[in-house]
Write a new protein. Structure first.
Length: 265
């Protein structure tokens, strides 16, 4: 399908709702744990996560999916490793033209959310830079770490206004429980690398919805090749069949992208 949708013009909540229906069809899975990721399908059994950077293929629709997920979220889980890899990362809504404003209006008018999402950072504390822009955004930042990391980070985190939760041996699944039970978060977005996100798919999976952007162009440059994502067979076992894929051409004008939305039964 060749879209006639200009993402930069999505300035209203209604326009955003219409665009999402175009991508994923009717229906709306409103709460739960949502994993959003972009992959290159190297072969039918192998998907490599696309590593963010100058060599990564670009697609405005892929950016829209990421920011729509952020607009839905009560909390976003990421990691210290992601912060080191993406020194300019921010969880504020972004996009071309007026789309960021449209997403913000959609969050408020459709979902009734008036506060920015909590950013929960899974980290050992190693090489954590509190000058990173994630710590200066409008949203609350919470660090989940082990006891040693909590002790090492306590003073700097306090100066930065960042809360620390230290457990004996915290796991990614502990982050889900913490956000639900202690912070009352109903919709949690996972923006973590595959070594962390794969743990959420281990039985019993805690991922309720997967938004998968699949790049189908030429082989990725090595610098853009991340680790393996869960396999298509694992995805099929965990979820219902996806909504019909929405296909577009990337920002280079030729590379195909497909967008899938999976939900658990």
């Amino acid at each position: 399908m060749s879209p006639d949708l200009d993402i930069g013009t999505l300035s209203t909540a209604d326009a955003v709702s219409s665009a999402i229906r175009r991508l994923y069809g009717p229906g709306f899975h409103g709460t739960g744990v949502v994993h959003v990721t972009s992959v290159w399908r190297r072969d039918p059994d192998t998907q490599l996560v696309i590593r963010i950077g100058p060599d990564a293929p670009a697609c405005a629709f892929d950016q829209l999916v990421l920011n729509w997920t952020r607009a839905r979220a009560d909390a976003i889980i990421t990691t210290g490793r992601i912060l080191r890899q993406e020194p300019e990362l921010s969880h504020q809504l972004q996009g071309p033209g007026s789309s960021a404003q449209g997403l913000a209006r959609w969050r408020t008018e459709v979902l009734g959310k008036t506060r920015p999402p909590i950013s929960l950072l899974l980290t050992s504390g190693r090489d954590l830079d509190f000058a990173h822009p994630l710590f200066s955004g409008p949203g609350r930042v919470v660090i989940l770490t082990d006891r040693r990391g909590g002790w090492n980070l306590e003073s700097r985190a306090s100066d930065a206004g960042v809360e620390i939760v230290a457990l004996d041996n915290p796991t990614p699944r502990d982050a889900i429980g913490l956000l639900r039970l202690e912070f009352g978060c109903a919709t949690i977005s996972v923006e973590a690398g595959p070594s962390v996100s794969r743990q959420f798919y281990e039985p019993p999976t805690v991922i309720d919805e997967l938004l998968l952007s699949v790049y189908g162009g030429e082989p990725l440059p090595p610098a853009a090749r991340g680790q393996r994502h869960v396999t298509p067979k694992q995805i099929e076992a965990a979820f219902r069949q996806p909504y019909p894929a929405y296909s577009v051409v990337g920002d280079d004008g030729r590379s195909p992208w497909d967008f899938y939305r999976y939900v658990r039964p």
